[in-house]
Design a binder for this molecule. Structure first.
Ligand code: 26V
Length: 808
């Protein structure tokens, strides 16, 4: 730790000289980033060691959050703020001629996640450490993170994200803790003393090497661990190489196939090979993670594995790491010699599970043939779990074959990972009230009947430290000036702001902060998109993954409609709008990619049309990521959360916007419902079908999109535009979108909700004219956002699921 600015400057300059052989006068921003990052990491080392030692010496129960994704973003700012050194470092660097904000920009995002699920994991780690709770992350150190998105001629183009090109300052490689993961081969069964023993033979071995990243708590001395596993070939393979010198090519191929396991986040799974690789990734993560946990438990806690559930929790983030179940069983049975009954009791009391979607197409299933071949022993265990479980079902539902086969873990030649997770865990949770209700009453109804005590809700949250304190320092200071700083440790106390919601002096200060944040984003837009936007216009933002159910299409249809109105009547009095989009489409998801092209095509037409007189601008921001979100959230006026009701499990972007004073324009879906309950219906713009109505329309099959097209001339005009020749790309560019609505009957009710969406926008327009009203709504949103801090979520997981306690 640096005790003064002078101390920092001296240490920093010395390190720059010894590490990079540079004087401060020659140093680039990148040199400063690397040197500073290394110093900050070293400074947290003592607390890191002490935290680990404390947990072990006090035999505290520890939780491991297994996730295929950790969308950490940048860490320098968080680690500096959290270790309480911000002012010293900022001032010290300033005196050395550097601006700390520019240094932050040098860090490459750790983009090891797709979207909400991965970012949630990152927020949870921040909250665990900040609440002094013994909880760690267990993931994969992908060589390439989520692709980098380029927009070329309006189309998404994917480039590899080689985030490790420059060394990653936060990680520590720990080769001494490497473990072996076994794939393929066969299982020999031998009977010894009337007991069957299973010997895995002729397998391929992959070395799993952990890279540990410190997770620094907010000014509290706790430093937990995010352990990311990297796949490497074993030393014996090098022996193989040296003794088979002529087989260099095959050796390289073999080595690469092993390293591929931690090569990419979510490789293309549309082919057999792609799927196989993903299954390898999943088993690689769980086997490495569970082996290391058991090793540590035996070394530091107890030789008695029956004690495991008292001391270890294994949480699985969606079904991706569900193989922790058979892997833990395998170790307990085959390596530790426990009975099936003991192993099963231990496993069921150790594992807890979160479901993150109700979309049936997203529920994972693995072909039996694939699992059998790649993981023969694991398959045997899953089969045995299934058999025993089906026998129990038979006792409960005798002769009800259909019911039993629908509930079985294995069926139709596939392993249903969600079924395995529910049967073999002690807790199953959804991520927002409505989502958990849908799980209980619809998607997992029969499981809820079987195990009602397992089901519970944990509404998602976001870390207010990153998403308010770090990204919006002026708003954070204003809040502290107004209500004191207790809200930082107790975010619920943001409700103390409510009494200022109508205070005009406070409103003016909030408006001033928003204005500055909008100006900053406007500069970014100018620099990256070459578009000049009016900072007096409403910044209306939809940033999230591109998916049909999230309905970016509804948003762009409404923009086309506004464009029609304005081009017919340029003098109409509307509040100027800047519509901002951002988000990535899965590389193979053609429909989503077409929506990106449509947004860009509309932007090209609208932004250059003089009749519009700058009342309307459309911007698509390239390469949406954590660091870009950090620039966007503080500048938004309106937060578009417009999924088809019942489809978005929770959403977490909605919470980030709210915390920064944007007002939600949304459907009653996911956590929007809880946001609306907190702020009240006067402080949110709600529209559209409710979840029950959507589900009813699906079951009754009475919806006819074409009828709406025929009746509503606004909609007809918008849709016909897609088939016309005004938009760049020509007449056939957008026909897939047109037909998805009219021929495929608009699966996500875009047309059905269009009218109500337009009305809600009309209300936004009117309300914004009354700035006092708007600011009062905005402040009310900030004031109620504390409930959506992930500290609240994690506290609930800690007490209601995991049973872990803070160290202080
Ligand atoms: C996956 C897939 C894959 C196949 C094609 C369609 C599809 C659609 C959705 C998904 C999402 C999988 C899980 C996921 O990322 N869920 C998100 O989790 C967030 C954190 O709990 C939550 O806020 C989002 O609402 C939820 O979509």
């Amino acid at each position: 730790m640096f005790c003064s600015i002078e101390d920092f400057k001296t240490t920093f300059k010395k390190r720059l000289e010894t590490k990079l052989s540079k004087s401060i006068n020659d140093a680039t921003n990148n040199d400063v980033y690397k040197t500073l990052g290394q110093l900050v990491r070293e400074n947290v080392s003592k607390n890191w060691i002490d935290t680990t030692t404390y947990y072990q010496e006090n035999k505290q129960k520890q939780v491991y959050y297994f996730s295929m994704e950790f969308l950490m973003g940048r860490l320098l700012q968080t680690n500096i703020e959290n270790s309480g050194q911000f002012l010293i470092i900022k001032e010290g660097l300033k005196e050395l001629g550097f601006n700390l904000e520019n240094i932050f920009e040098e860090e490459h995002d750790a983009g090891l996640g797709n979207g909400g699920l991965g970012r949630l994991a990152a927020c949870f780690l921040d909250s665990l450490a900040s609440l002094n709770l013994p909880g760690h992350g267990c993931g994969i150190r992908y060589k390439y993170g989520l692709f980098e998105q380029k927009i070329i001629n309006g189309y998404q183009v994917e480039l590899p994200d080689y985030w490790l090109q420059e060394s990653y300052v936060w990680e520590v490689r720990r080769p001494d803790r490497a473990v072996e993961v076994k794939f393929g081969g066969y299982v020999d069964m031998v009977e010894v003393d009337e007991k069957l023993q299973f010997h895995h033979k002729n397998y391929d071995t992959v070395l799993a090497v952990p890279y540990d990243v410190p997770v620094v708590g907010y000014q509290n001395e706790t430093v937990n661990t995010l352990r990311l596993w990297s796949a490497e070939s074993c030393r014996e393979d090098f022996n193989f190489f040296t003794s088979n010198k002529n087989d260099y090519y095959h050796f390289l191929q073999y080595k690469r196939s092993i390293e591929d396991i931690s090569g990419f986040l979510y490789p293309d799974d549309s082919t057999y090979d792609g799927k196989l690789l993903r299954l390898k990734q999943q088993y690689f993560l769980v086997s490495a993670g569970i082996q290391s946990i058991i090793k540590q438990f035996k070394a530091k806690y107890s030789a008695d594995l029956l004690q495991l559930p008292e001391k270890i929790g294994v949480h699985i983030n969606d079904t991706h790491p569900v193989l922790v179940i058979p892997e833990l069983m395998r170790i307990l049975l085959d390596e530790e010699g426990l009975s099936w009954e003991d192993a099963w009791r231990i496993t069921k009391r150790t594992v807890s599970f979160t479901n993150h979607t109700t979309l049936s197409e997203a529920l994972e299933k693995w072909p039996v043939t694939m699992v059998k071949e790649l993981l023969p022993r694991i398959f045997m265990i899953v089969e045995e779990i299934n058999e025993r479980y089906c026998r129990e079902l038979w006792d409960l539902y005798p002769y009800e074959w259909n019911k039993i086969s629908a509930l079985a873990i294995i069926g139709n030649g596939e392993i249903r990972m969600a079924h395995l997770a529910i049967v073999a865990s002690y807790s199953v949770n959804g991520v927002a009230k409505i989502h958990t209700e849908i799980l209980k009453t619809k998607e997992m109804k029969d499981f809820y009947k079987l195990y009602p005590q397992k089901f519970n809700n944990k509404t998602n949250g976001i870390t207010h430290r990153r998403w308010l304190l770090n990204v919006n320092p002026d708003l954070a200071s204003l809040i502290t000036e107004t209500i004191g700083n207790r809200w930082i440790a107790h975010p619920k106390e943001l409700t103390n702001l409510i009494k200022y919601s109508k205070d005009t002096a406070f409103q003016e200060k909030v408006a001033q902060v928003k204005r500055m944040n909008k100006e900053k984003l406007a500069r970014y837009i100018k620099e990256h998109n070459g578009i000049t936007v009016d900072t007096n216009s409403i910044f209306d933002v939809q940033v999230k993954r591109l998916h049909a159910y999230k309905r970016q299409l509804l948003n762009i249809f409404h923009i086309i409609h506004l464009y029609h109105i304005l081009s017919e009547n340029p003098n109409i009095d509307i509040t100027p709008r800047t519509f901002i989009f951002g988000g990535k489409a899965a590389p193979g998801y053609h429909f989503a990619k077409k929506i990106i092209k449509l947004i860009n095509a509309v932007a090209t037409v609208v932004n250059k049309d003089p009749r519009i007189q700058n009342k309307l601008k459309v911007v698509f921001l390239e390469n949406y990521s954590v660091s870009l979100a950090e620039k966007i959230m503080p500048a938004a006026d309106v937060s578009e959360q417009i999924s088809t009701a019942s489809k978005e499990a929770s959403g977490t972007g909605n919470m980030k916007f709210m915390m920064n004073g944007a007002i939600t324009l949304g459907t009653l879906d996911g956590a929007n419902i809880e946001i609306s309950e907190c702020v009240g219906n006067d402080n949110i713009f709600l529209f559209g079908l409710k979840a029950e109505e959507v589900l009813k329309l699906y079951s009754e099959k009475t919806y006819r999109a074409r009828d709406i097209y025929n009746i509503d001339f606004r909609i007809k005009k918008v849709l016909d535009e897609l088939m016309g020749n005004h938009l760049p790309g020509g007449e056939s560019e957008f026909k897939d979108i047109y037909y998805s609505i009219l021929s495929n009957n608009d699966e996500y009710f875009v047309l059905k909700d269009f009218d109500s969406y337009c009305e809600a926008h009309e209300l936004v327009d009117q309300t914004y004219r009354d700035q006092q009203k708007w600011l009062s709504m905005s402040i009310t949103n900030i004031a109620h956002s504390g409930k959506f801090s992930s500290d609240r979520t994690i506290q609930q997981y800690a007490t209601e699921i995991w049973g872990i306690r803070p160290r202080f």
